[in-house]
Ligand binder design. Structure first.
Ligand SMILES: [Zn+2]
Length: 415
């Protein structure tokens, strides 16, 4: 799960996803004036150039595609798996994201008159034609709104993990990460829409994206049309609230309970996310995150991700080129297109990676997956260091082991 990166002939490593037009123009000038050449970070043969005017970073020779290493996002192995990621397609050259939803963005039964007069969205068709290709199966070509929000969360976290500007050498807390989500909202577009998610305004477009930290769900009655949820933001000394359609709140709570096997939202970091219309939120989702804003699939994942972030922050590992993130794209990770790793720790200057796995349950299905994962990794032991946590066994979190393994790889890199 590498990020597409460019290495210059002056040995600088750049991340095109994070470069804006101005950065790209500067790079173009540098290539021209200082005779700098650009290569894919995985090797010294796949050359890239900056296109004059559009400032896109493009490969010089398609023929050389085969020269990319398998783990590189430009490799054939990865490109063959693109269909799996088609619902949330990241354009490596521009960094823009195009999302194809399996459910419409329209709201349900509220404000019928408003809705008909000023319909905010066209329905997203289940099967859509794109680039002359059809994605007949919803699993492969389209994703739910929940999945989109989770992927945007993980994309933002990954961006922050790799980002080196502004002396940002530590993983920030959830409230900062919520603001950073704007970065993903600015580059994500749904279907054929020209506007990015960040630019939807409820007055003009009828919809607006919401991504806030939940403070409290007040008591409500199912008969109330709207319930106001308290968020962790203050305005003029008062807690800010967000109106949600009560029926949608009930549905979102059920979804939360099914996902996390608990209906307890207290003492946890919960994001409320989704879309709202002029009056209230519909398409509401509750997302469990760790102390650093990273989406977590269980309370065990929260603990594990907290531990990894803490370790990296305390030892200032980010300054030494250590990057931790939660993968969300299939194709070229440790388990190819079969599974995603629960967490990856990468290192600048080496292909070595630490794979974090959190085993929170011991039902049959889970154990089978665990044995396949373990087997797949053992075949690639020159690349991956496997750190599983058998949380269901009451095994203590392997805090020390994570530290030791990171330090070991850093020593290898130094040699
Ligand atoms: Zn490459």
């Amino acid at each position: 799960m590498a990020q597409f990166r460019i290495r210059t002939s002056k040995n600088e490593v750049l991340s095109p996803n994070d470069m804006d037009k101005n950065d790209r123009k500067l790079l173009y000038d540098k290539c021209k004036n200082e005779n700098v050449k650009l290569f894919c970070n995985c090797n010294r043969t796949c050359e890239y150039k900056v296109r004059n005017g559009t400032w896109a970073i493009y490969p010089c020779s398609q023929r050389k595609q085969a020269d990319h290493e398998d783990w590189c996002p430009k490799s054939k192995v990865y490109l063959d798996k693109r269909a799996y990621n088609a619902g949330f397609l990241i354009n490596d050259e521009t960094g823009e994201v195009r999302v194809y939803l399996s459910e419409p963005l329209t709201y349900r039964n509220q404000n019928e008159n408003e809705l008909n007069r000023n319909r905010p969205n066209q329905k997203v068709p289940r099967n859509h034609e794109r680039d002359g290709r059809r994605y007949p199966q919803h699993q492969q070509g389209e994703i739910t709104i929940s999945a989109m929000i989770k992927k945007m969360n993980m994309l933002t976290f990954k961006h922050v993990a790799f980002y080196k500007g502004n002396n940002e050498t530590a993983y920030p807390n959830t409230s900062v990460m919520i603001k950073k989500m704007f970065w993903a909202e600015k580059r994500t577009r749904i279907g054929t829409k020209k506007k990015c998610i960040a630019d939807f305004k409820r007055q003009d477009d009828g919809i607006e994206f919401v991504y806030k930290e939940l403070a409290e769900i007040p008591s409500y009655s199912a008969n109330d049309k709207i319930t106001r949820l308290v968020i962790k933001e203050e305005k003029d000394g008062k807690a800010v609230t967000i109106p949600v359609y009560t029926q949608e709140l009930i549905r979102a709570l059920e979804e939360y309970e099914n996902t996390y096997s608990t209906n307890d939202l207290s003492n946890r970091n919960i994001i409320l996310a989704g879309f709202r219309d002029k009056y209230a939120m519909y398409n509401l989702r509750f997302l469990l995150v760790n102390d650093y804003g990273l989406f977590s699939e269980s309370i065990y994942e929260v603990q594990m991700y907290n531990a990894v972030c803490e370790i990296i922050n305390q030892h200032k590992f980010k300054e030494k080129g250590v990057v931790f993130y939660k993968p969300f794209e299939y194709g070229y990770g440790a388990y190819e297109d079969k599974y995603l790793e629960d967490g990856i720790i990468e290192f600048e200057g080496t292909n070595r990676k630490i794979v974090i796995e959190v085993y929170g349950r011991n039902d049959e299905d889970y154990l089978k997956r665990k044995s396949i994962k373990t087997q797949m990794l053992s075949k690639k032991d020159n690349i991956y260091i496997y750190i599983p946590w058998e949380a269901y066994n009451n095994e203590p979190l392997p805090y020390r082991k994570i530290c030791v393994e990171i330090e070991k790889v850093l020593k290898e890199v130094m040699m």
